[in-house]
Design a protein around this ligand. Structure first.
Ligand code: ADP
Ligand code: MG
Length: 382
């Protein structure tokens, strides 16, 4: 008898602005998964956080109108039950591995990773804390700065501290042109480039709609934004670099350029940069991956100024994964095609799970003299 196929649960959708991109990424991943090797179930989180079962999620892949499928699926659900949103999880009982293809909050911020931990199954990508830190632009920058990885200067404001950071004070410290951004968002939502007090106040008002923590950042005049894909676990490798060039006259890589009219945006894959700069960006990417404790994959985004000095921009732990997305395309030009990339991510997820299974969680087992030291000897690890 043939070996049992590895049963993969592909999760997609979610309540971020990238819901539709997630659908496209997941559909491409689904098509690329080798059905001779893998049994694949799909589960879509609706925008309200309800997990659709495999059959309904497949209907959406096959072109059914999402709102109609969702309305039908939830019409008899008893939402007074606290587990109602996850009731279809009963379908995942023989799943071997979870594959989240959910961008933004809920998928990239540690939320579903917590669910996978509770279910005690391997999953693709970074763990709970690593996802949470990587999704928070303030925490990410604090860790990078602590480890000497160059990134833009900034201050953080909350509604309570806003009055302590008026435009004049920020401009004197960080320059007249500033970027205002919510700490935990994506897709350039709530991000503004401002150059005077009025714009500054309006931008803060808007950014506070998305998060109570907002970054005020110095601006890097970047003719192009450079990306690097990283693949691995505690040991990882960096891809060739890519670049995004936004249309001349546009302020920055904003929501419109990303999702509304991307026609003027040029991707250079790979981008030819001076060798020193390429090496520096690849090294910064690997350093960030290690410092942020990322697993599986991450796309590292940089701003390179006119003097070819790279600044770490942000990390995406579950980057876009359509066949035209940067993450897989950068690996394709670096010698790993889309299907092989997915196989490798699956292998890494299982390796990570097996590795963690070797760790002791129960200190009793180790004897009371070790309590509190947290140090394991090789003998303990056996
Ligand atoms: N400090 C900055 N200097 C110049 N441009 C910036 C800066 N911060 C952000 N941008 C521009 O805004 C875009 C979105 O910002 P980013 O931090 O990547 O947030 P998101 O998670 O929404 O993609 C970037 O791709 C870049 O075009
Ligand atoms: Mg970005």
């Amino acid at each position: 008898m043939a070996d049992k196929k590895l049963h993969i649960a592909l999760l997609f959708g979610g309540n971020s602005s990238e819901h539709d991109v997630s659908k496209r990424s997941a559909h491409t991943v689904y098509d690329a998964l080798d059905k001779d090797k893998y049994e694949v179930s799909v589960f879509m989180f609706t925008k309200d956080g309800f997990l659709l079962g495999n059959e309904d999620s497949m209907k959406i892949f096959n072109g059914a109108v999402e709102d109609e499928v969702v309305a039908e699926a939830i019409k008899d659900v008893d939402f007074s039950n606290p587990l109602a949103n996850l009731q279809n999880l009963s379908e995942v009982k023989d799943v071997d591995l979870f594959y989240p293809v959910i961008h933004g909050n809920m998928g990239e911020d540690g939320t579903v990773q917590g669910l996978f931990r509770l279910l005690n199954k391997p999953y693709i990508g970074s763990g709970i804390a690593s996802s949470g830190v990587s999704f928070d632009k303030d925490l990410t920058k604090q860790l990078l700065t602590l480890h000497g990885i160059r990134n833009t200067k900034y201050v953080v404001v909350t509604p309570e501290t806003r009055a302590d950071h008026p435009y004049e004070k920020c401009a004197a410290k960080l320059g007249e042109t500033l970027f205002i951004k919510p700490a935990r968002q994506g897709s350039s939502v709530g991000i503004h480039k401002v150059a005077n007090k009025e714009e500054f106040e309006a931008a803060l008002d808007d950014a506070f709609r998305y998060d109570y923590k907002v970054l005020i950042e110095e601006t890097i005049n970047s003719p192009r934004e450079v990306e690097c894909s990283v693949l691995g676990n505690r040991e990882a490798k960096a891809s060739k670099l890519g670049a995004v060039v936004v249309p001349e006259g546009d302020d920055f890589y904003d929501y419109n350029n990303k999702f509304v009219d991307a026609s003027g945006v040029v991707f250079e894959i790979p981008v030819e940069l001076p060798e020193d700069l390429t090496k520096e960006i690849q090294q910064m990417s690997l350093d960030a991956f290690r410092v942020l404790d990322n697993r599986g994959m991450a796309r590292m985004d940089f701003l390179v100024d006119e003097n070819n000095v790279p600044y770490f921009g942000e990390v995406n732990t579950l980057p876009g994964f359509t066949n035209i997305s940067l993450y897989p395309q950068l690996w394709a030009v670096s010698g790993i095609n889309y299907k092989a990339l997915i196989d490798e991510l699956i292998r890494l997820a299982i390796a990570e799970f097996d590795d963690n299974a070797k760790l002791h969680y129960d200190f009793q087992e180790l004897g009371s003299e070790k309590l509190g030291t947290g140090l394991l000897t090789d003998e303990d690890k056996k």
